[in-house]
Design a protein around this ligand. Sequence first.
Ligand code: BGC
Length: 736
Amino acid sequence: MKKIIFIYFFIFSISFAQQKTIEQRVDSVLVLMTLDEKVGQLVQYSGGWDTGTKTSKPKAGHDQLAREGKIGSLLNIFGAEITKNIQKVAVEESRLKIPLIFGLDVIHGFRTTFPVPIAEASSWDPVAVELSARWQAIEATASGIHWTFNPMVDIARDPRWGRIVEGSGEDAYLGSKMAAARVKGYQGDDLSLSNTIVACAKHFAGYGAAEGGRDYNTADFSERTLREIYLPPFKAAVDAGVGTFMAAFNEIGGIPSSASVHLLTNILRDEWKFDGFVVSDWNSIGELIPHGVAKDLKHAGELGFKAGVDMDMEASAYFNHLSQLVTEKKISMQQLDESVRRILRIKFRLGLFDDPFKYCNAEIETQTLRSEKLFKASLDMARRSIVMLKNEKNILPLKKDLRQIAVIGPLAESKNDPLGPWNQQGNPDDVVTVLKGLQNKLGDKSNIVYSEGCSVDGDSKAGFEHALNVVKNSEIVILCLGESLNMSGEARSRATIDLPGVQEDLAREIVKSGKPVIVVLMNGRPLTINFLSENANAILEAWFLGVQSGNAIADVLFGDYNPSGKLPVTFPKHIGQIPMYYNFKNTGRPYNPNDFYTSYYLDYSNTPLYPFGFGLSYSSFEYSDPVLSKKEISKNESLRISVNVINTGQYDGEEIVQLYIRDLVGSATRPIKELKDFAKIFLKAGETKKVEFTVTPEKLKFYDINMNYVVEPGEFKIFVGTNSVDVKEALFSVVD
Ligand code: BGC
């Protein structure tokens, strides 16, 4: 007992000694720890979801583990009271009183659902995305959460992969901006505040490159592709101060990421100097056995730990075997100490040693969850996330005096699907459907009639007749099509990316009616929608926008919000074109319609349906030719590029001006263009603005033939425009 009092006094007297640095405080705890207590910090288990309700609390036995100092973290538990109770056990009943850290997947909201990440990325608005993450952190922390397993920064070039919905699309530069914004939003300026949450860059690395787009599948690509395409958003997260990383499930070229010394130690620790901790993905250490690199769980634990995974989520490899591995000297005490140190460091940064209960205030929880401010923030983000893909003859925005509007389709009145795949504690009852959004907007000024037409999936056309009758008497059709929330996300890959079920058949019948058709799409991935693209009068890509879906969509449909979103990912025309991304290589035989032996398909075109960066506005923008401050620069010099953008339309609006660069000759091949900067500008109708970009040496660097990251002298092309295809060009050179 005396010893316990002494230890308690020792740790907490240090915690009040403000002059001590976090590193000193970490060491002062570490020195007191037994081998088993050290291992305990590296163990993470999941709470249990209660069937039928959306709560999750510790499982039987977790209390005892906390009491014995055999667990460092729990995931999937939340609630001010629930977290307080088990935290109490850890800090009042365990020998060293080290607080637990509670993690949860707050991906697009906790209780108030925000747009899915791919939707938010469509805003090309890092400031708004940061704010969205900030709000999500405010809400989650009020319910006891310290740590979110987000941002998911995996670049995805294959829309079959269901988890494309969780990321920011296909581009490393845009992905890096989004990664940094989310880290800053979650973590704020000071992790020790009670409304900031530690972020986690995941899944490290290459998870989005799963072959065939099948989740968990093998990835295999070069070191160059790793560094140029997959790593930049992770590096951006480190530069933004991210506190944790998650190791991925997949292998890259024979080495599972959760056992990759190259990724977890050489790159993350040695090159990038990351000082936070790495958690495995769910049982990804255990999965080293089926991967075929570990003979049993002990071996798996050894491989994962030695590669650099600090915390074992759910595999029990560390819980069961790490102490023994240390005793057998297969793992050194020094290595173990380093991992413990990283975890304690984050707990100190969160301020958990100073006040382990500061996230556990039931009153604050009640006031914060589902607050009006959160709903407003979600609405703001939702409007910014919508991408207008088509607007024939400016049919949109609609007038507010339409006599009768037909609202058709399986997603028009769905309360569940707009919540998206990682909806956490989101409640369908909070969702404003498209139908409701239109009713909110128009009141009884128009007669709004609804028919489901068909379900998202399935082959029944029984509802077509009713839908067509509704259409017959209406002036306009708002047709809400897409995927259900369960068709994207983890383990939800699709081999086809057409509209599921008989939705396209429904669209064909409705188009035959001759009524103007406005399509609202809800989906977690790019879809092959050639028929809609050719035959609908307008298309809005709404992704899954969260609780305020219907209000945001109605605002755009009726011109109360001028859409400004741009696609963060290419929409192919045909599944056979995949992988399809804008920054492809030229090849030795770029497509030439007059030359048979060039790179193309016999039976299909090479062009996308909608290119990366594409999105329309109610305004129209014209670009001047780009003007360069110099035609020639040295390797260490920067260059300024300016362009005048004019809003030639009738509406005030925002435009996302995009800058792409191509290195024309390199010691290794370069993509035909790469996004290097963008600016979101607001222009009043008729207004002209000058947009200026600075091309720094950093933007011209690449991995040369020897994998050195350098600027190579030579000619460069720049492209400025409204998307990755409609651009104006200029040339400049870099000299030695
Ligand atoms: C997912 C992660 C997630 C973890 C914890 C895994 O299955 O791959 O993205 O953070 O579960 O829920």
